[in-house]
Design a protein around this ligand. Structure first.
Ligand code: GTP
Ligand code: MG
Length: 205
């Protein structure tokens, strides 16, 4: 799929403020600093579209970006940033979870995991939350450029094995590097596939 156009659309602090049209959307979630905003820029080939930062806690709102005038990419605030006050943590967690549970336009959620780390409790808990609530999601391993190919393979394998202890059916996963533009075609093809599926089911009804 070609991305011809990508533009900032709106920032919302509650799910109720999100766009009221029925375009499909694809959102990105994960720990603060995992690379959500960078990945959106990489997928769109549009530097500076989503704001990124070397310090965690940059994205604080639900940000919609419209792609090819047809569908949205949604940048969400990260979770698990220990330096935040408890009150801010709770507010952001409520914002994220309300969006995920209530947003009917959410076609697929991408859960980002830094591929350098072993499975972390906070991410596994988030995956359980998604599974228990039947949210369609895929995993995106980020920052693949930061470790050797051998370590990369081992970490991904270990992660999926850990998930198989709890889940019978494993989510699809992608390996990416925003730095090296790795995994771009695979993620865009996946989105394209879902978009096509959605438009064929809406034609039938
Ligand atoms: P919050 O909005 O704070 O939750 O963070 P985020 O998940 O949006 O992360 P962001 O995209 O702002 O990236 C955080 C830092 O990681 C930045 O310094 C990025 O340059 C860096 N980064 C993101 N993706 C990659 C990657 O694939 N490779 C490398 N080497 N660095 C990356
Ligand atoms: Mg961000």
């Amino acid at each position: 799929m070609e991305i011809r156009k990508s533009e900032f659309f709106i920032s919302s602090s509650t799910v109720g403020q999100c766009p009221s049209d029925s375009k499909a959307e694809y959102a990105f979630i994960g720990r603060s600093n995992v690379g959500k905003s960078s990945l959106i820029n990489m997928l769109c080939n549009h530097k500076g579209l989503a704001k990124t930062s070397a310090t965690p806690g940059k994205t604080l709102l639900i940000n919609h970006f419209i792609v090819n005038d047809q569908w949205y990419l949604v940048d969400l605030p990260g979770y698990g940033y220990a330096q935040r006050s408890k009150k801010t943590q709770e507010k952001l967690s409520f914002m994220i979870k309300s969006y995920i549970l209530q947003r009917e336009q959410l076609a697929n959620l991408f859960l980002l995991i830094d591929v350098r780390h072993s499975p972390q409790k906070i991410d596994l808990e988030f995956i359980n939350f998604l599974g228990e609530n039947g949210i369609p999601f895929a995993i995106i391993f980020t920052k693949a450029d930061k470790i050797s190919r051998e370590k990369l393979g081992n970490n991904v394998r270990a992660y999926m094995e850990k998930l198989s202890e709890t889940w019978e059916e494993l989510p699809p996963y992608f390996i990416t590097s925003s730095e090296k533009k790795e995994g771009r075609t695979e993620v865009l093809n996946y989105i394209d596939h879902i978009n096509k599926e959605l438009s064929s089911t809406s034609e039938e009804s």
